[in-house]
Design a protein around this ligand. Sequence first.
Ligand SMILES: [Zn+2]
Length: 239
Amino acid sequence: MAAEQFEQLLRTQELDTRLAQIAHAKATHPLLDKIAATQEHSATVAAGVQDEREERHALERNQKRLDDEVAMIDAKRADIEGKLYDGSVTATKDLLAMQEESKNLGERKASVEDDELEIMEQMETLQGVLDTAQATIDANDESIAGFEAELAAAIAELDAEGAQVQAERESVVVSVEPELLAEYERLRSSRPGIVVARLVGGVCQACHMGLSAVTVDQIGKLPPEAVVHCDQCGALLVR
Ligand SMILES: [Zn+2]
């Protein structure tokens, strides 16, 4: 191990940075925004025709009520017609009254059927609006399915790269002493940015600050396996 483990730690940091970039790319993929925006559009379209949907339900209830009324009128008329011709009623006055009632029922039925026609026309207009909205929602669903397939492919690609990077990391960290690796992990979790850096010409490559001549001199006298930190930013220094 000794000195070269610092080189391995630098490589570990590179790989960890790539892993973080991959995780970030997955979490913030532009297709996620596209999918969310399309879903939101569909929700807006659906909300925009909520009144029409409720109106259609009301019309359907009305239509059902009128259908029931027509059925009731038909039954009543059949009953009257039956009595008119089966000889059970003989008094002229009664017969005339029944004929009058039958006639009234017929007129009532015609009026109800006119109302039904009007409802059907209103429903047709509403249906046109609802169909247009549904067509937009269907088209959005199709777009979303496409985006999701595209996203799944992109994620799979990132995951494949992530697995490769992870495998390399595992092969690299075996060359790093556990205590040093633990210190690196601790530094990395405690702050963003670079935690392992080369010391080049007395300058830390993490914070780009020059170490004092005394410090550089002291560091130069340490054995290569000694763990040295930048006195400015605390980064682990690779000499
Ligand atoms: Zn530094």
